[in-house]
Every structure is written in structure tokens, then in C-alpha cells.
Design a protein around this ligand. Sequence first.
Ligand code: ADP
Length: 159
Amino acid sequence: MKRIIYPGTFDPIHNGHINIAHRASHLFDELIFVVAVNNEKTTLFTAAERERLISESTGHLSNVRVKSFDGLVVNYAKESGAIGIIRGLRHVSDFEFEFQMAMMNYNLNPDITSMFMMPDEKYIHLNSTVVKDVARLGGDITDYVPDVVKQALLAKYKA
Ligand code: ADP
């Protein structure tokens, strides 16, 4: 069983994340989204909300699961029996941070392999912050997120 984890904040999940999960889920037997619970970022959605939005947005991918985790990603990878970590790479600007993190993860546990994948070109400029900003300012986010995420964002900003 080749299991891989896909860690991130996912605040909230968007179509770029789903594109990576879709691609990776065809290459591995199981993919687990790992929702970071307590990183230094302030999030709009709670971990439980982010987990639910990922589950509902990836229901069509039968070998995808979701877990929240508070701690080192390599530890979760080991605990869950995963062989590696998948991360999305959009721009050269992502590279430096991702490279540093991959090196650190390698030093923490050399058995866990970091892998990188590019999304379809149309998702290259997408990120959760931009999606939230557009939603907050009343713009149309239909093309960027699944409907369940769109509804959740509209509800947050209506309140
Ligand atoms: P983090 O807070 O760890 O950067 P995110 O939730 O923003 O996490 O992203 C999780 C993972 O998804 C990261 O590997 C990130 O590079 C990737 N990612 C984010 N947006 C996109 C996108 N538009 N296309 C492909 N991968 C993406």
C-alpha cells in the first residue's frame, strides 16, 4: 500500500489543492490531506471546518482521506505509514521555502520522501488568501472553489 500525505493549512481548500490531490491520488494507493491545526497562521476556518470542507470537496476521489494534525508532519507521515509528502509548486517563489522545508524534513526522517507537483496552468495563480479576499469583497469565486466552500465563505463574510 503506497500512502502519501498532503499537508497544509487549507484555509480553505480551493481548486488548485484539489487538482494536486486528484493527480497524486492516481499515482498512489491512498492520499491523506493533513490539516495543520496549530501552526502560526491565523485561520478563518477552524480545523474541524477545514477538515469538513476538504472531505466534502473530495468525496469523488475514493482513495482520499482527511485528518487534522498538531505536530511535525514527518511524525504524522511515519505514524500513518506514509512513504512521503506531496506539496504543490506554483512559482519559483514557492521553491525556496519548499526546498528548506524538504531539507529539514529529510534531516528529521530520511525515510520520508518529499515530492512536488505542479497544478494545471489555470490554477497557478490561485491561493487561499486571494480567494478569501475576493469573497470578502463580494467578487465571484465560482471558478476557484467547490460550491460547498463558496457557501461556507459567503456564510463567514455575511456574519
Ligand atoms: P501552506 O499553509 O502549507 O502553504 P496551503 O494550504 O496554502 O498551505 O497549501 C498546501 C499545499 O498546497 C502546499 O504544498 C501549496 O504549495 C499547495 N498549493 C496551494 N495553492 C496551490 C495551487 N494553486 N496549485 C497547486 N498547489 C497549491
